[in-house]
Design a protein around this ligand. Structure first.
Ligand code: FES
Length: 458
């Protein structure tokens, strides 16, 4: 399988044991990405007895396959947030993400973090209008954005919208460091410990090793939440997939760029152990919908050569991320009927800052502290307003894939989550489910949930 630049240049791995005994804890966290680790850190610092379970190795999922930007510039978003949630809530979204950036800076060292400007750019009249609209939203909220024309990229840009003093991180080194701090604060981390069954009424989990965990509170940080079906969030999430290529290159960009026109592209330089690596990302599509995915890597690789005049890609990987219909992640209690089960997902490719924000919201709720972003991020929020159509569309895609897949892909194995037909992903050599984004290795074992059981390859 492909491995990201970040995973290949991680610190030497701390090995965390696999669970081999029954235990009890105040808070059990499922999922060892940045959101799970940040929850473990915040809660352990509050004196909670925390257990974190990761089914593979920590940071190998969405975090280890991200583009490594810790910023408040989440593409074009603030104009839409004002429209949907009002100016005060859009401002809260900005402020809590800014606090997440500052929190990252407070403990990262060396190549884990580097200051960089975040820059949106347009190449068309329509894109420029989008930027103007976004700039107006910045002014309403009080975000210090700068409108301009030129960029460092070898592309014709019509306009740019720059936020100074944002950050880039090495997401795996950063996460490894935070995991160490969580363990120092008392958290217990277990790898290769897969949750197979839950009895939420009895507050019990059962793992692949036949062990039981008794918890008071449960935090689901599994990307696509395995138990969220009890609330209806699972029907509202949609899973996107995108591709990243990278090559060692002396292209010392000071900014991290995102195009607002189609096809979307994201470009940045990463400095690892003093060496620059250029990264180009894009080619997004809905997860599980395509078989011939190699074409996406080839398209980005040919842009590396033809647009950026760089060597062929040396690293290539893909990322998968759920998104909510209204752009804001879910963080908090799944529903009032289960006040001890918390959910953390829907980061829409902006999981580095948003996972820190979400972990702060959840840990505050667990220790009984107010958090100004809690109602904005609440999983049971309703009233999708202008995003209602998107919510319905997301549900429609799942229903269409469920029936369509059973007619057109009768040889593909059936996903063990809710029975959709999977689709073979040529480039990554995985079985991908188009309904809620489960992924399975070639041998049928689970790579990404919500599925928890392997495929029957019969
Ligand atoms: Fe839900 Fe496959 S992920 S049916």
């Amino acid at each position: 399988m492909r491995k990201s630049l970040w995973l290949q240049t991680a610190y030497p791995r701390d090995s965390y044991p696999a669970l081999d005994e029954d235990l009890s804890c105040d808070v059990c966290i499922i999922g060892g990405g940045l959101s799970g680790i940040a929850n473990a850190y915040f809660l352990a610092k509050e004196g909670k007895d925390v257990v974190l379970l990761e089914k593979d190795e920590i940071l190998c999922g969405a975090t280890g396959n991200s583009t490594g930007k810790l910023t408040v510039q989440h593409d074009v978003v603030y104009a839409d947030l004002i429209k949907q949630f009002g100016r005060d809530n859009a401002k809260i979204y900005y402020e809590v993400n800014r606090e997440a950036v500052l929190f990252g800076r407070s403990f990262a060292y060396g190549d884990e973090l580097r200051n960089a400007d975040s820059i949106l750019f347009s190449q068309s009249k329509y894109g420029t209008e989008l930027l103007q609209y976004e700039k107006k939203a910045y002014e309403e909220i009080g975000i210090p954005g700068e409108f301009g024309r030129n960029s460092e990229l070898p592309l014709k840009t019509v306009a740019t919208l720059t936020l100074r003093d944002e950050t880039q991180i090495h997401p795996v080194r950063f996460g490894q460091h935070l995991a160490k701090l969580a363990v120092q604060a008392g958290a217990r981390i277990y790898e290769r410990s897969d949750v197979r069954l839950m009895d939420l009424k009895k507050r019990l989990l059962y793992t692949n090793s036949q062990n039981e965990i008794q918890f008071n509170e449960l935090v689901l940080c599994t990307h696509y939440p395995i138990e969220a079906i009890k609330g209806l969030q699972i029907l509202k999430l949609i899973v996107g997939r995108s591709y990243i290529v990278s090559t060692p290159a002396n292209m010392p960009l000071t900014g991290q760029y995102i195009s607002v026109d189609n096809p979307k592209r994201s470009a940045r330089t990463a400095y690892i152990d003093g060496k620059p690596h250029f990264m180009l990302a894009g080619e997004g599509h809905l997860a599980g919908m395509e078989k011939e995915t190699q074409v996406h890597y080839e398209t980005l690789s040919s842009e590396l050569r033809n647009v950026y005049q760089l060597d062929a890609m040396q690293y290539s990987w893909s990322a998968q991320d759920p998104q909510t219909p209204d752009l804001v992640p879910y963080a908090g209690c799944i529903s009032p009927s289960m006040p001890y089960v918390y959910l953390n997902t829907g980061f829409r490719k902006w999981g580095l800052s948003n996972s820190l924000v979400s972990a702060r919201i959840i840990s505050d709720q667990i220790v009984g502290r107010q958090n100004k972003a809690a109602s904005l991020y609440a999983p049971d929020r309703t009233g999708f307003g202008s995003f209602l159509l998107q919510a319905l569309k997301n549900t429609g895609i799942v229903l269409k894939e469920f029936t369509g897949g059973h007619i057109s892909r009768t040889n593909s194995p059936i996903c063990t989550h809710m029975g959709c037909r999977t689709r073979w992903n040529e480039a990554d050599q995985t079985w991908d489910c188009p309904c809620h984004g489960s992924r399975f290795r070639q041998d049928g074992s689970v790579l990404e949930g919500p599925a928890t059981k392997p495929l029957d390859l019969g």
